[in-house]
Design a protein around this ligand. Structure first.
Ligand code: PLP
Length: 378
């Protein structure tokens, strides 16, 4: 058996909607399918101000511009994350100050954040790892006290909640990804959610290359011109058409992922009870959107051996992030790498199992059997 880590799921209408976009004669950005996607997010999650983008990386770059980050500003971010999360702010000249993960979860250690604040701090970025919410109340409280902005990197967090509030709607800005490896996909794709109404006008300008073209197309101005910095952050209608076909099947996609996630959790809990592995934790304040199923092994050696064992049996399980504070780029900038023991544990011991809609029951059982076989041989 050969089981890839991920297989993109096609909901069914992607090609039909792309054809429709082509036949309408408008395939550049901000057309009918873009509006349909925006309406879906507004109706489903109350995202009143959202803009789909070509990637979550783009949405993060927009957020960094909207935060008016200047050279020398400090931005607090978790070390256990993806490069784009912080790269977007480094492009504006920010200095990144890394925080550790929690002991029991890869998410940012909320308790550590306040100790990292200086006079130069401008933004706190959080990542909802595996689509499981960070503890947002204390983060928002700290931000309010110190007059800081909060960006939620919700790349993995579509359809997930913190105390009944959709992720991406709590900080000043939320960013999502529709990359092929996420729950809802458009090849490359993303979205920016703007939670302060007064920032939306500027967001539309940044989205459209620094022009007021959006206002022009709404008939609010009679010509469009260069009014601010910006870039080409909007996706084509071909991407939006694909994305809309996926969104129409969001419930079905989530239900199937839930079944697989729960199967793994139930089938592997005897190993956790014996103290051999740890299963993912979902705090009381968070929901699960079944984006990732990961286990935490007791050491790097066990994790690496298990990976080799599974790969040898055709199962493409994978590890995840390398702590950004120890990255060649961060170190080459003359930064002192702080010691962040929890991020190190997740870097060394976390292993992700294949999780995608078309993963069959037989394949799921084979994967669990192989994990059990490894630990009974070990
Ligand atoms: C996937 C991901 C990104 C990048 O998303 P793209 O759409 O590929 O740019 C950023 N941050 C996190 C936490 C991610 O998981």
């Amino acid at each position: 058996m050969k089981i890839p880590f991920n297989k993109p799921f096609f909901a069914g209408n992607e090609m039909a909607y792309i054809k429709k976009a082509v036949s309408l004669g408008k395939i550049s950005g901000n057309g009918i399918f873009t509006s349909k996607c925006h309406k879906f997010f507004k109706d489903t999650y109350g995202f009143n101000n959202c803009l789909i983008t070509s990637s979550c990386t783009d949405a993060l770059e927009m957020a960094a511009i909207l935060c008016r980050v200047q050279p020398g500003d400090e931005v607090i971010a978790p070390a256990y994350s993806f490069v784009s999360t912080v790269n977007a702010f480094v492009l504006r000249g920010a200095r990144i100050v890394f925080a550790d993960s929690k002991k029991d979860h890869p998410n940012i250690d909320t308790g550590m954040v306040e100790s990292l604040i200086t006079k130069k701090t401008k933004v706190i970025i959080v990542i909802h790892y595996a689509g499981i919410a960070c503890d947002m109340d204390p983060i928002m409280e700290i931000a309010k006290t110190h007059n800081l902005l909060v960006v939620e990197d919700a790349a993995q967090a579509i359809d997930s909640y913190y105390k009944n509030r959709p992720l991406g709607s709590i900080g000043n800005f939320g960013t999502f990804s529709f990359h092929e490896t996420k729950n809802i996909i458009s090849g490359e794709g993303g979205m920016l959610v703007v939670n302060d109404n007064e920032n939306m006008g500027r967001a539309e300008v940044i989205w459209e290359k620094g022009t007021n073209r959006v206002a022009f197309s709404k008939g609010h101005v009679n010509k469009y011109q260069w009014v601010d910095v910006g870039s080409s952050f909007l996706p084509s209608e071909i991407t939006a058409a694909f994305l809309f076909a996926q969104l129409e099947h969001l419930k079905e996609i989530q239900n199937k992922r839930q079944m697989i996630w729960r199967f793994y959790f139930g089938a592997l809990s005897p190993l956790e009870k014996k103290g051999i592995i740890k299963l993912p934790l979902v705090h009381d304040y968070a929901t699960n959107n079944y984006h990732i199923f990961y286990i935490t092994c007791e050491s790097k050696k066990v994790r690496d051996d298990l990976l080799t064992f599974l790969n040898g049996r055709g199962i493409y399980a994978v590890f995840h992030y390398l702590s950004l504070n120890e990255s060649p780029f961060f170190q080459s900038q003359g930064n002192q790498s702080p010691i962040l023991p929890n991020a190190k544990v997740f870097e060394s011991c976390l292993l992700r199992l294949p999780l995608y809609v078309d993963l069959t029951g037989e394949e799921q059982e084979y994967i669990v059997d192989c994990v059990n076989a490894y630990f009974s041989e070990a």
